[in-house]
Design a protein around this ligand. Structure first.
Ligand code: PGA
Length: 247
């Protein structure tokens, strides 16, 4: 049996009803709970978290797609790490490119990373360059600024999601994903140390589907996947998770 991989589903702004969310979660649960070396986390819209958290099992948990950095107060529309923690949520995506696109800055992302770690759960910190951008420059800036003042990263997960590969079927080649993972580990190593860089979990995300999933999962230095579109089709998503049995 290989090493355990983390597969995170990002449902984004889907589905439209509680019934739809329950149905999708339950059908994934049926197959996924039989797979040994995978931890699967579904990140639904916030409103579905209480319902789905009650249905979760050890191998299938629930995460946030976002989280705010304040514990309480006058912050209309926000959700705090403590509120998520109270629902037994252990993960939250932080700094997804779609949130960066809506105005989230490295500074806000840094506060969110800190707040989630302080609350005792695991941020899935997203980084990635846009088409034509200098990968080295962007990843260095996003990681340095996102982790500013963060002293312990044992609970941190980094998701490498090149923006040009998201939601369009143009997944990043495994070679390039691996080069990016090496680069991320070298940035982390400079900020912390080699041991921390070796241990930090790094996921790949961007047009992952059942056909390309195994090529990433097979790689020892890629610790799992962040799956968007393909996670909305239970059969397709189950196939992705089942690839773990073959590696
Ligand atoms: P995608 O999305 O799998 O649809 O490309 C990935 C993501 O945005 O996390």
């Amino acid at each position: 049996m290989g090493v355990k991989k983390l597969i995170v589903a990002n449902w984004k702004l889907n589905p439209n009803t509680q019934e739809g969310a329950k149905r999708l979660f339950e059908s994934v649960k049926k197959s996924v709970s039989k797979i040994k070396n995978a931890e699967v986390i579904i990140c639904p819209p916030f409103v579905y978290i209480p319902i789905l958290a009650r249905l979760s099992v050890r191998s299938l948990g629930v995460g946030g797609q976002n989280v705010f950095y304040k514990e309480k107060g006058a912050y209309t529309g926000e959700i705090s790490p403590l509120m998520l923690k109270d629902l037994n949520v252990k993960y939250a995506i932080v700094g997804h490119s779609e949130r960066r696109e809506l105005g989230e800055t490295d500074d806000m992302i840094n506060k969110k990373v800190k707040a989630t770690l302080d609350a005792g759960f695991k941020p899935i910190f997203c980084v990635g360059e846009k088409e034509g951008e200098d990968k080295n420059l962007i990843l260095t800036k996003q990681i340095e600024e996102g982790l500013k003042g963060v002293s312990k990263i044992s609970n941190l997960i980094i998701a490498y999601e090149p923006v040009w590969a998201i939601g369009n079927g143009k997944n990043c080649s495994v070679d390039e994903a691996l080069r990016s993972v090496v680069l991320i580990r070298s940035i982390v190593s400079k900020l912390y140390n080699q041991d921390a860089a070796k241990k930090v979990k790094i996921l790949y995300g961007g047009s992952v589907n059942s056909k390309n999933a195994s090529s990433y999962l097979r790689e020892e230095s890629i610790n799992g996947l962040l799956v968007g579109g393909a996670s909305l089709d239970s059969d397709e998503f189950i196939k992705i998770v089942e690839e773990i049995k073959l590696i």
